[in-house]
Design a protein around this ligand. Structure first.
Ligand code: NAD
Ligand code: MG
Length: 376
């Protein structure tokens, strides 16, 4: 899901490198049908789906006659419900990835989860559902993959805390005043990772780390206070786990998503990786600093939302998605992304035990509130 994106294309690169024991059963994207058609030609999946139905007519003649073609958001859900696959890579950006992820979890499929927004919105639905159906949620997000791998060094009850590392993004050393007026180009210049535009902007506000705090709480059943954000500008240590005896176990690697993607595909085994290796002879030093909650208020919000639970995650995520979209369209300055998200969150009355419908309603409400903020 999201095969034409940054994670999607890296996942296909991994599949290519892993060889013929891995087959691609389905591919889905939003609008980039020429790329999707090209991928379908190479990987010959049994089905493809395009989320924007306007492109169905263009896509169909380009794929093999034996490949089924689905369209629209329901088409992606149909694809996820098929029984001719056993592992779903959830790499759609934003809450748009929620429905197909839930469909796969419902069907008991194992899921490699890059789409952190799905957990932020609906961790309260997805995590218990996965437990019920036996679906395994394997993290693709590099920090969560590192935590997952480090946790294997002890028992769950022996985990004292988790260090969630952050590069600090392009504005790590900028003042609040400089950041307030940062341009789109500034925000898209990430120092260490090459990613899709939404997560790159989230890294600049550190909203990405806020979403990851919540993601970690859901994936590893952690309390927010046991997740400590640590700025590590080199992005070599991808995160760490501290155990009760004082031992800290970390996972390291070059900043290349192919490594955590591949681990979800081969888990619990490992296979020869295709990403560049770390060369410790060229690494002079690893730096660490505490995050600046004043300049990056998104982090404070992330902890607050993780503690609030209920519908707070859905509102927080949707408001941020809309605000990021407005920034990308140059309708608001960089500094307003988090301000608007905080304002919308502040206006929300949290429902502590929402249904999926309740979460989707909270998401829709938050998007409308952002639109109202933009007009007012
Ligand atoms: P991207 O923008 O490069 O790709 C997004 C993909 O989702 C594309 O294939 C697009 O066609 C599809 N898509 C977008 N909107 C859709 C919709 N409404 N319906 C169906 N498909 C839709 O994004 P990305 O950087 O690959 O990120 C994907 C997810 O992975 C995000 O949740 C992101 O936070 C997470 N993630 C990415 C990275 C990274 O290195 N890129 C690292 C960690 C986590
Ligand atoms: Mg990450």
């Amino acid at each position: 899901m999201g095969s034409t994106g940054s994670i999607g294309t890296s996942a296909l690169e991994v599949v290519r490198a892993l060889g013929p024991s891995y087959e691609v059963a389905g591919l889905a994207a939003n609008r980039r049908w020429p790329e999707l058609a090209e991928q379908a030609r190479e990987f010959q999946p049994s089905a493809v789906a395009v989320a924007d139905p306007a492109h169905l007519a263009e896509l169909r003649p380009l794929v093999n006659g034996s490949t089924e073609v689905f369209a629209g958001p329901e088409g992606l859900v149909e694809l996820a419900r098929r029984n001719d696959y056993d592992f779903l890579v959830a790499a759609i950006v934003g809450a748009a990835g929620l429905a197909s992820t839930i469909a796969a979890v419902e069907a008991g499929k194992d899921v490699g989860l890059a789409n952190k927004e799905a957990l932020v919105v609906a961790g309260s639905i997805i995590v218990p559902l996965a437990r019920q159906t036996g679906s395994r949620l394997l993290p693709i997000d590099s920090e969560h993959s590192a935590i997952f791998q480090s946790m294997a060094a002890g028992r769950r009850s022996e985990v004292q805390k988790v260090y969630l590392t952050a590069s600090g993004g392009p504005f790590r050393t900028w003042t609040a005043e400089q950041m307030a007026g940062a341009t789109l180009e500034d925000a898209l210049r990430h120092p260490t990772w090459n990613m899709g535009p939404k997560i790159t902007i989230d890294s600049a506000t550190m909203m990405n780390k806020a979403l990851e705090i919540i993601e970690a709480c859901w994936l590893f059943d952690l309390r927010p206070e046991s997740v400590e954000v640590l700025v590590h500008p080199e992005s070599i240590i991808h995160s760490m786990v501290e155990f009760c005896d004082g031992s800290v176990v970390a996972q390291l690697g070059t900043p290349d998503m192919k490594t955590p993607i591949q681990y979800t595909l081969t888990y619990p085994e490992r296979a020869m990786g295709c990403a560049r290796r770390l060369d410790f002879r060229t690494i002079r030093r690893l730096n660490f600093e505490p995050p600046d909650m004043e300049r990056f208020p998104a982090l404070r919000l992330g902890y607050e939302v993780a503690r609030l639970g209920g519908t707070a995650g859905a509102v927080f995520n949707a408001a941020n998605e809309q605000a990021v979209e407005a920034f990308r369209q140059e309708r608001i300055p960089f500094g307003r992304i988090v301000e608007i998200t905080e304002r919308v969150l502040g206006r929300h009355r949290v429902d502590a035990r929402p249904t999926l419908e309740g979460l989707l309603a909270a998401d829709a409400w938050a998007r409308q509130e952002v639109c109202a903020c933009l007009k007012g």
